[in-house]
Design a protein around this ligand. Sequence first.
Ligand code: ATP
Length: 239
Amino acid sequence: MTGAPSPIQLQNVSFDYDTAPLLRDVSHTFAAHMVTAVLGRSGSGKSTMLELINGMLRPKAGTVAVFGKSLDYSQVYVLRSQIGYVVQSAALFPHMTVGRNMSLSGVVQGQSQDVLSARVRTLLAMAQLPEAYADKYPHELSGGEQQRVSLCRAMFLNPPILLMDEPFSALDYGTKLAIYAHFQAWQAAEPRTVILVTHDWEEAKHLADAFVWVDDGRIRSHGNKEELDRWKEEYLAHL
Ligand SMILES: Nc1ncnc2c1ncn2[C@@H]1O[C@H](COP(=O)(O)OP(=O)(O)OP(=O)(O)O)[C@@H](O)[C@H]1O
């Protein structure tokens, strides 16, 4: 724990898609400047939890607070510059260059071309991608490279919060390890509050400092690496 106030709090949050309850009275305070892995089997509501945090979904009951304030759903766009969001498929726009894909949020903010280009160069260097990639199109990159671009895009406005939804699950093992290393280097250089959704126990152990296990609409357990080790067999048997 860093002792810094939590930038993300769920208080008695319940949610359903007008069918069976999906999250039931969930409360959790996410630690600042750390990676928290949210684990759980498929369909347990992990992605839904991220969409509640970034305001794409609204709880049926309870509150979501970001930086100490309950979300104001009439101004959810304000969160876009504070919360980066990375999903499993890199989801880059195919008709735009890599540089354009990365810098869209800066374009929307009216940043000058010089500022945009400089940030693209910095991020490509951090992701150890060649500068010339800025002018390539997504289909010219490998899956792992596209996912690195997607991470760069989420980092473009330097958001203090990063939400990652199974960002590495479609990658082969070698590519995954390489991206893990990039991600860890970025996190060491500029610690953010990261929530990493994954069902992969090993990935969670590798990348995160804190852990939340979502099951049957509730937080079944949460804790540190020791806790995670304690759950291992039970968790794997439960998937
Ligand atoms: N837009 C939607 N409308 C209706 N039901 C939905 C919608 N999105 C998700 N669901 C359902 O809600 C449940 C939880 O979905 P969610 O994607 O949050 O789970 P998850 O834990 O992230 O799963 P996975 O690991 O498979 O991605 C699933 O049963 C899913 O079918």
